[in-house]
Design a protein. Structure first.
Ligand code: PGA
Length: 253
């Protein structure tokens, strides 16, 4: 499986537009100096998308969104739809990040609707799954992730599958400085692939990109990216520092 890896930066609710542009410029500069096969995506706040689209023209960095509404248009105050994202040149969107699940009540069910609206607009979803610390302590982590996968992916037709990416992000590793060991991450990625294969076959399961997320940084990226089942990283905190982010892209190959 030698597909190019993907490193996506999830900026979360960080940077004003002017701060964001400065950071993006440093990242673009760093990426230009790199020789890499790795695909790169940046998911800034919604307010940055329009300006970032211009800045990313003629670069290999892809524009991503952090969230999307499950509705296409209408009286849904405060929501942003896939149609709106598409017009801004957004190519990928994160769905059901654990912070969205935890603070904004998102569920596997809403994730499925979001994924469907994105796919209809040809935007590539990055669907986040992962267990809580208590799930892992009770050895329920496989069960929880299996449910997150089956309730959503099993509802899609097989031609949709290569058009989405999964991000395995154990909740206890997000923003905590605690990373899953490369072996723990690889084991879960292998499990996710097996769950997908059960329904869609080995071939398709092998094509799906599965990223690891949770305190990825320049120090641990190489060991994580060397794991056979890990296709890249979804990076939060470390994507807000150009040097760190570039080092992670480098580690991905
Ligand atoms: P982190 O966040 O890298 O800061 O742990 C990852 C994520 O939430 O996607």
């Amino acid at each position: 499986m030698n597909k190019p890896k993907l490193v996506a930066g999830n900026w979360k609710m960080n940077t004003t537009l002017s701060e964001g542009i400065a950071l993006l410029e440093s990242i673009i500069k760093g990426v230009k100096l790199l020789k890499t096969n790795t695909k790169i995506a940046i998911a800034p706040p919604f307010t940055h998308l329009s300006e970032f689209r211009k800045a990313l023209k003629n670069t290999d960095v892809c524009l991503a969104a952090q969230n999307v509404s499950d509705k296409l248009q209408g009286a849904f105050t405060g929501e942003i739809s896939a149609l709106m994202l598409k017009e801004l040149g957004v190519k990928k969107a994160i769905v059901a990040h654990s912070e969205r699940r935890q603070y904004f009540g998102e569920t596997n069910e809403s994730a499925l609707f979001k994924i469907k609206t994105l796919l209809k607009q040809d935007i590539h979803p990055i669907y986040c799954v992962g267990e809580l610390l208590e799930d892992r302590e009770r050895e329920r982590h496989f069960e929880v992730v299996e449910e997150q996968i089956t309730t959503v992916l099993y509802q899609l037709t097989e031609e949709k599958l290569p058009k989405l990416t999964i991000a395995y992000e154990p909740v206890w590793a997000i923003g905590t400085g605690k990373t899953a060991t490369p072996e723990q991450a690889n084991e879960m990625h292998e499990f996710i692939r097996a769950v997908i294969a059960k329904r869609f076959g080995e071939d398709l399961a092998g094509q799906v990109m599965i990223l690891y997320g949770g305190s990825v940084n320049s120090g641990n990226a190489s060991a994580l990216m060397a794991q056979p089942q890990i296709d890249g990283a979804l990076v939060g905190g470390a994507s807000l520092k150009a040097e760190e982010f570039i080092a992670i892209i480098k580690a991905a190959g």
